[in-house]
Structure formats: structure tokens, C-alpha cells
Design a protein around this ligand. Structure first.
Ligand SMILES: NC(=O)c1ccc[n+]([C@@H]2O[C@H](COP(=O)([O-])OP(=O)(O)OC[C@H]3O[C@@H](n4cnc5c(N)ncnc54)[C@H](O)[C@@H]3O)[C@@H](O)[C@H]2O)c1
Length: 322
């Protein structure tokens, strides 16, 4: 495969690149190394990729359609994994126009380019946030999703709808993956596991929103990469798949795991729940399992252990920039 990955310097993207290069695929990355979190972390993510003969990096913005079209025309990728986006629920509430611009218009730009190319498969990164405050668990792809509670969730659902339209109009095979809280080495610094680790490790006050009973379906990065590859190699006209661990962990339990792993106590400050937060995420992964045999293999205990190892190995860099 010749895989073009947007956002390939980020958390999920750079882990996917590791795997694709190890399997001898050709990889083209488009990433603008933006400032959502320190670009030095993203540069660190791709250090080992850059010398690889099958790897090419373009510092480009997906909202710049002529630049992106030039890259596609030059490289002629067979497969696309579109991960570039402004991620995160809470910041989208303060900056909805930026989120709409990158996540929706950026996606539309890519689809416009792809309609004129012979793409074998296009995978779009959606999110469990499209389920909003769905009270029926586990969340399944057929559940109603008409009540998103953040601009970020709206951009992800809109992205899915554009994908559906382009798949139908131009016969592009497109699959949307609804990721459920991904964690592991290189996780974004503002995400809970990474942020809590930093606070516990540095003896800083850990702000916990709500009483610690909220539940998340935490999915380890290697399982996510396995799932993306399974879908990428099985093109369908248009499909949406949940990709999660299909189990839940309470926030308090998560904090305890981090405390044990770091052998330090958290200094917890309890604050009110934040707008945009949901009480539970929990994936039904039957559909993806039927497609590719997808079965997450990593328990929260061993996944947290691997994350903490990465954190400790990179402590100096992280101390300087986060
Ligand atoms: N990590 C999760 O738990 C999670 C959950 C649900 C959905 N997702 C989605 O998965 C994708 C990857 O998430 P991540 O956690 O790896 O995030 P990330 O921020 O680490 O990676 C995104 C990458 O996209 C790049 N990017 C952003 N805007 C760009 C633009 N305009 N042009 C080019 N590059 C741009 C960033 O520089 C970054 O390297 C995102 O679409 C995110 O919304 C992630």
C-alpha cells in the first residue's frame, strides 16, 4: 500500500506510521505541526520515521487545498487515513470556528481531491463524542446521534456525513472509525491519562471534574492501530465502525492505577463537571469484529504500565515543554 496519513505526526498517526513502515508499506505524511500542543512533541514522534526510505513528510495544512492537491498529484497514494483535526471536546467550546474550519472544511478539501483520484480506501477518524449523552450502553453504530453536546462532536458527525455523500456521489470507498478514548505512548498531553500522570508525578493539584464516577472506554493505541489496518485493508462503499476496548473504567479507578504505577499519591481537587463532558462512553464493537476479527488485547493495567514507561523515558523532554 502507499498510504497517505493526514495528522501523521500526532499521537495516533505516528503510532500508525511505526506499524506501516515495519510492514514495508510506503507512507506519506501531511501534518502542519500546529500548536494545539507543543510541536516539539510531534517532532519527537517522527524522529525515527524521517530516515526511513519509505517515508515522506510534508509540512502542509489540510485547509490549503492547492498545496494538498499538489501533494496528492505528485505522490498518488492508494490509501488515505485522515486523522488531522483539532481534537478535544472542551477547547472546541471556546473555539468552534477554528474546529469547523479544520475538521469540516479540511475534510471536504481532501474529499474533493479524492473524487478525481483512484483511491482504494479512505479511512476517516471520527469520534465516540458523536453519541453525546446517549444513555443506552454499549453505544452501537445504529443508535440515534442527534444530540451532540460539543462543537467538536458536531464537526466529527459532519465529517461522517460528507464522507457518506462523497462515497455515494463519486464511488469512493470510505470507512469512518469512531475512536473511543485512545491512550498509550505519545498520547496528547491534555488527555486525562497523560495529564493526570504529569500532575501526580510533579506533585501538582489534580483537578477532577465530578465525583470520579464517570466511566470511559479506554482503548490502547496498539489495538487502535490494529483496528485501523484491518479496516484499511477491507474497503467498503461506506461504513461506520466503533473502535474501542468495549469495557469501561471509572475515573477514580484510573487515578488509582496511575498512583500505584508512579508510587505517588494524587492531590485531588474536586470541581463541578464541565460542559461537553459525558457520563459514560462504552463501545459495542460487534460490527468491526465481524469485518476484521477485531478484538482488543490490552487490559487497562498493562496499557497504563506501557504508557508510564514511555512517560518516564521521556520525562525530561516533557518537563521542559508541558
Ligand atoms: N486520541 C483520541 O482519544 C481520539 C478519540 C476520538 C477521535 N480522535 C481523532 O483521531 C484523530 C487523531 O487524534 P490524535 O489524538 O492523534 O490527535 P493529535 O492532535 O495528536 O494528532 C492530530 C495531528 O493533526 C495535525 N493537524 C491538525 N490540524 C491540521 C491541519 N489543518 N493540517 C495538517 N495537519 C493538522 C496536528 O498537528 C497533529 O499532529 C483526530 O481526528 C481526533 O479527532 C482521537
Amino acid at each position: 500500500m502507499k498510504v497517505l496519513i493526514t495528522g501523521g505526526a500526532g499521537f495516533i498517526g505516528s503510532n500508525l506510521v511505526d506499524r506501516l513502515l515495519a510492514e514495508d508499506h510506503k507512507v506519506i505524511v501531511i501534518d502542519n505541526l500546529n500548536e494545539f500542543y507543543d510541536p516539539e512533541l510531534k517532532k519527537n514522534n517522527i524522529i525515527s520515521h524521517q530516515a526511513h526510505k519509505n517515508y515522506k513528510f510534508y509540512n502542509a495544512d489540510i485547509t490549503d487545498s492547492s498545496h494538498i492537491k499538489g501533494i496528492f498529484t505528485k505522490e498518488i497514494p492508494t490509501h488515505i487515513v485522515h486523522l488531522a483535526a483539532w481534537a478535544g471536546v472542551r477547547p472546541s467550546i471556546h473555539n468552534p470556528i477554528l474546529y469547523e474550519n479544520v475538521n469540516v472544511l479540511g475534510t471536504l478539501n481532501l474529499l474533493e481531491i479524492c473524487k478525481e483520484m483512484n483511491i482504494v480506501n479512505f479511512v476517516f477518524a471520527s469520534s465516540s463524542s458523536v453519541y453525546g449523552t446517549n444513555s443506552k450502553v454499549p453505544f452501537s453504530e445504529n443508535d440515534p446521534i442527534n444530540q451532540p453536546i460539543s462543537p467538536y462532536a458536531v464537526t466529527k458527525r459532519t465529517g461522517e456525513l460528507h464522507c457518506y455523500t462523497y462515497s455515494n456521489l463519486y464511488n469512493i470507498p470510505i470507512s469512518c472509525l469512531r475512536f473511543f478514548t485512545v491512550y498509550g505512548p505519545r498520547q496528547r498531553p491534555e488527555m486525562a491519562i497523560h495529564k493526570f500522570t504529569r500532575m501526580i508525578d510533579r506533585g501538582q493539584k489534580l483537578t477532577m471534574f465530578g465525583d470520579g464516577n464517570t466511566k470511559r472506554d479506554y482503548t490502547y493505541i496498539d489495538d487502535i492501530v490494529e483496528g485501523i489496518l484491518g479496516v484499511l485493508q477491507r474497503p467498503k462503499n461506506f461504513e461506520i465502525y466503533n473502535i474501542g476496548n468495549s469495557s469501561t473504567v471509572e475515573l477514580r479507578q484510573l487515578i488509582q492505577l496511575l498512583e500505584n504505577g508512579l508510587s505517588k499519591k494524587a492531590n485531588i481537587e474536586i470541581l463541578d463537571e464541565q460542559p461537553g463532558d459525558v457520563p459514560i462512553t462504552y463501545s459495542d464493537i460487534t460490527k468491526l469484529n465481524k469485518l476484521s476479527g477485531f478484538e482488543p488485547k490490552t487490559s487497562i493495567e498493562s496499557g497504563v504500565e506501557s504508557f508510564l514507561k514511555w512517560y518516564v523515558d521521556n520525562r525530561e523532554l516533557l518537563l521542559r515543554i508541558t
